[in-house]
Design a protein around this ligand. Sequence first.
Ligand code: DOR
Length: 461
Amino acid sequence: MLDRLLVIGGRVLDPGSGFDAKADVFLEEGRVSRVGEIMPSSIPHDYMWIDATGMIVSPGLIDLHCHLRDPGFEEKETIGTGTEAAACGGFATVCCMANTNPPIDSPETVSYVHEKARREATVRVLPVGCITVGQNGRKLTDMEGLARAGVVGFSDDGRPVTDAQVMRKAMESAGCLDLPIVEHCEDASISRGGVMNDGILAGRLRLKGIPVAAEEMAVARNIDLCRITAARLHIAHVSTAEAVALVRQARRENLPVTAEVTPHHLTLTEERVAGYDTSAKVNPPLRTLADIEALLEGISDGAIEVIATDHAPHMAADKATDFNSAAFGISGLETALAVLLTAVVGRISLPILIERLTAGPARVLRARKHRRVSPPNLIPEGLGTLLPGAPGDLCVFDPGFEWVVDPSRFVSKGKHSPWTGTHLKGKTMLTVVGGRIAYRHEGINFHAVRGSGKSDAGESR
Ligand code: DOR
């Protein structure tokens, strides 16, 4: 860890505190000590500093939804490789989903994730625990035990909880623990066997569709259950206009409902699979332009508070097969910010975009009002902001940097991306986690002020 780090000359964009101006960020002992202005000639000699002129300095990004595949699917990703990919993308905190092997359905597996993260993670890892044992949809996990071991929410992501009574009980327990249920909303009774969006294109391609109604019915049911349990409900990867409308209405009623959308659902339509390209096969499936419009509107008006990657790495062989058999998922941590800067900014403002990647997810994580059990304090004060005392987490990105996506250069083991060969504008240049350099682009140099106050270029770590 660098004891004292100074990032000077950038546009500091901290939506959580409302700060947006050219300024310098001081980190001391792993925390933000101040955001202010300093004359280059008066940089204190005990600081390492970097010049962020022309760049944007935001709090480290927070991904509420990614798959690190560890334990059990280490051939697809590990906590080490997945968090390195996160750091490359500007993420300082990631929440990892529970569909591992074994699933994160016992305090022992929660402890495994924490211990492995302590040893090999480049960024902060916050595990999500299963709702049901083995994600079987029937028997609830020991949710209190999982909370004590340190989970930040509960989800059977990848497998929706089909039985409404099981979900009701899960919400009652999660409500007592004041932790969110993060639900993959899909009514499997009408989506089973589907591989893409249901509609005319699916018919033409002779592929089975996943109807919009599968998401809409599940979102409606879960909001109804939220209404009778008052538990916090976070809806994962919303993909349809209908679901956005339901979430907006629930929030108008002051129900504790939040939702996330992914970069791929915000930018790509079902047309992307017209050539049977398995890199764009994802669940929920890519939808239509009208859905994208509604998702963007939801982001703009606050109905959707979070953008999350749903980074879902697979082995090449899982994707190098026919469309029906290929695995669902996109390797998205290393492209998320750049895709959003390239294709979404302009439709929504940069401050709102960064809000949905920092303060928005932090609100979902921090919303706890009471604690019946006292799990480890996983979520530092000020997470997702640059307020004094907040964790020293930074994402420094160059909005003008142009590059072409080449998944063979991903550090993630998942090399499948629907943006392969796409020209993107904007790139993470530096990621700092708790004052420690997690990622540094080769174009970033560190400087140290020596003796008389003269600065020299220095080494990075
Ligand atoms: O595309 C997806 N992949 N959607 C999910 O819900 C699960 C994920 C995975 O685990 O591969």
